[in-house]
Each structure stands twice: as structure tokens, then as C-alpha cells.
Design a protein around this ligand. Structure first.
Ligand SMILES: NC(=O)c1ccc[n+]([C@@H]2O[C@H](COP(=O)([O-])OP(=O)(O)OC[C@H]3O[C@@H](n4cnc5c(N)ncnc54)[C@H](OP(=O)(O)O)[C@@H]3O)[C@@H](O)[C@H]2O)c1
Length: 305
């Protein structure tokens, strides 16, 4: 597994991150065992960075992960744990409360305590703010980050789904660098290529992480707008490239992400052990500029001007 420094930090992360959003499945015993096997396979395959959020599985994903940490005693020191907070689901704590975002000091501090309790660890390596809270006060968030860092509960900070302007606003008040922006990037959603997010990452040495990297390849992406004609065109190009590189369509997609100069970290979300191992093939592909543009053209339905 290749390693890569995350943003302006001393953290060396595996180039592929393992995403823990799906590890409890339907929370049956069978799904949980499969999830634990997936974590072990990822660790044994060289993944050293695991992505969580307080809301994954309603907290159960972090709890399951803690079981594996307990079973593999030296694992905690060898890995980077990211978790996220800031989203509160509808009906919490009162039935008529709406879904909302909350970056208040109290909410962030309470959320981190919950994350540490569920993961049964004293610290997390990276805390990301999950989705931008339209009401966030940058000074308050910066103060909260300092409190968490001083207490040794969180080592580094970043954001998720932030636009460049939102990141700039928060960074203006933070004493520490924001080291990562975790965003959706896949063949359907290329917003971050166009809205300055990936440019900002390169300019400020912030590591982009790509969530749902396989949306539009092995399942329809969120808010899918592709017509069946577009899907067919993309599929044909994926198949041509898969044959050329002697691999599978979804591995080509990972290679497409890895080819970008912003050094995108794809987050691998499969709970299938053989797919976890196979994902590493993407790191071996010498992916060409021409094929990168061919896939973009297949997606867009027209050539670049
Ligand atoms: N920051 C955010 O807002 C945000 C949002 C969403 C997710 N995330 C993070 O990103 C991570 C990755 O997201 P994701 O799980 O959606 O990633 P993904 O890797 O795009 O998708 C994984 C899904 O695709 C299926 N899959 C993978 N390869 C397949 C194949 N070859 N054929 C058929 N199905 C295949 C998997 O099923 P199997 O398990 O059966 O292989 C699984 O259901 C999450 O775990 C989470 O950590 C962050």
C-alpha cells in the first residue's frame, strides 16, 4: 500500500482510506461479523486510515470498530482514525425537531466525547465537521478545536462537504491548519473539479478525500441525473478501459480519481473482503491522461472545447 502525508500534518495515511459507514449493515449478527472481517482485511491489506462518523449506524459502527481494536492490541497505534460530527437527525431529541447541522461548542464537545466513548480510545487523529452548518460561528468553532487539541482528544482537524469559501472562513480563525476536506467525487458528481475545491486543496496543501467514489459505476450516485443513454456511453468507455488495463470498471474509476494532481484519497466502502483486497490494484495502474479525458468525455457527452 502506498502512503501519503495528509495536508500540513505529520500523518502518513494509506493512499486508500477504508470507510466504515456500512460495517454494521442491518446490524444482524451475520452483518456485524462480516463488518469485522472487512476491517481486519483492510488492516491486513495495508489500510492505515479508517473513516467514521458519529451518525454511522447510529453510533454502532464506531462501537463495532472498538471490538476489532480490542481484538488486535497493536492496531490502534498503527492507524489513523477519522471521525465526524455536526449532523443531528430529525426527531432528536424531541419528535418534532428537524434534521439540522450544529457546530456549537457544546454540540462538538459532546459529540467528541461520544465518539471517544464508542471507539474506546483516548484520542482521534482527525475530526471533520461533517456538513457545513449554515449558522456556524467560525470563532466559536476555532475555540472549540483548540479546547479539544489541548485536552489531547483530537490531534488534527478538517472539514467535509465544505465549499472553498466556507473553508477559508473557518481557516481564518483557526490556529491550526485544516488538513482535509472530505467531499463526494465520482463519475456522476464532479462538482469539486469545477467549483475550486480541488484547486484550493492544492493551493493550501489540504488533502481531499473522495466519498462514494463508485457512485455511478456500481450503483446510481446520490441524486442521479444520468439518462440511460449517458449511463450506456459511460459503461462502454469503462469496459474499454477495463480491458485495456486488464482490470474491472470500478478499479478504473479509482485510477481516475488517483490520477488527479490534488492527490485525492478515495474512501473504499465495500464490506466484501475480496473487493477490499482488489481495490489496491488501482494503485498499480499507470493511468493515462488520454483515458482520463476519454472518461470525462463519455460522462459529459461532448469533447472538451
Ligand atoms: N463525508 C460524507 O458526507 C460521506 C458521505 C458518504 C460516505 N462517506 C464515507 O465514504 C465511505 C465510502 O462511501 P461508500 O461506501 O458509498 O463507497 P463506495 O465504495 O462508492 O460504495 C460502496 C458500495 O458499493 C458496493 N460495491 C463496491 N464495489 C462493488 C462492485 N464491484 N460490484 C457491486 N457493488 C460494489 C458495496 O457493496 P459490497 O459491500 O457488497 O461490496 C457498497 O454497497 C463511507 O464508508 C464513509 O466512510 C462520507
Amino acid at each position: 500500500m502506498k502512503l501519503q502525508t495528509i495536508g500540513k500534518s505529520d500523518l502518513q495515511s494509506s493512499r486508500l482510506v477504508y470507510g466504515c459507514m456500512r460495517i454494521v449493515g442491518d446490524n444482524s449478527n451475520e452483518s456485524r461479523q462480516k463488518g469485522k472481517a472487512a476491517i481486519r482485511t483492510a488492516f491486513e491489506s495495508g489500510f492505515t486510515h479508517f473513516d467514521h462518523a458519529d451518525i454511522y449506524g447510529g453510533g454502532k459502527c464506531e462501537e463495532l470498530f472498538a471490538e476489532v481494536l480490542h481484538e488486535i492490541p497493536d492496531m490502534r497505534e498503527k492507524i489513523i482514525i477519522t471521525s465526524k460530527c455536526g449532523i443531528i437527525g430529525k426527531g432528536n431529541p424531541e419528535p418534532d425537531f428537524p434534521a439540522r447541522y450544529d457546530f456549537s461548542e457544546k454540540h462538538i464537545l459532546d459529540s467528541v466525547d461520544g465518539i471517544l466513548r464508542r471507539l474506546k480510545t483516548d484520542y482521534i487523529d482527525i475530526l471533520l465537521l461533517h456538513r457545513p452548518d449554515y449558522l456556524f460561528q467560525a470563532e466559536e468553532v476555532a475555540r472549540t478545536f483548540e479546547t479539544l487539541q489541548r485536552a489531547g482528544k483530537v490531534r488534527h482537524f478538517g472539514v467535509s462537504n465544505f465549499r472553498p469559501s466556507q473553508l477559508n472562513l473557518l481557516q481564518k480563525y483557526c490556529s491550526m491548519p485544516l488538513i482535509s476536506n472530505q467531499v463526494e467525487i465520482n463519475i456522476h458528481n464532479i462538482t469539486t473539479l469545477l467549483d475550486g475545491t480541488l484547486d484550493q486543496c492544492q493551493e493550501k496543501n489540504i488533502s481531499p478525500q473522495a466519498w462514494c467514489p463508485l457512485g455511478g459505476v456500481v450503483y446510481p450516485a446520490w441524486g442521479n441525473t444520468f439518462t440511460s443513454e449517458t449511463e450506456k456511453r459511460i459503461q462502454i468507455e469503462f469496459e474499454r478501459q477495463a480491458e485495456k488495463y486488464n482490470t474491472a470498471n470500478w478499479i478504473v474509476m479509482l485510477a481516475w480519481l488517483l490520477r488527479h494532481p490534488a492527490q485525492i484519497f478515495p474512501i473504499i466502502g465495500t464490506t466484501n473482503s475480496s473487493r477490499i483486497r482488489a481495490s489496491l490494484h488501482a494503485l498499480e495502474i499507470d493511468y493515462s491522461r488520454e483515458d482520463w479525458y476519454r472518461l470525462l468525455e463519455a460522462r459529459n457527452g461532448y469533447a472538451v472545447p
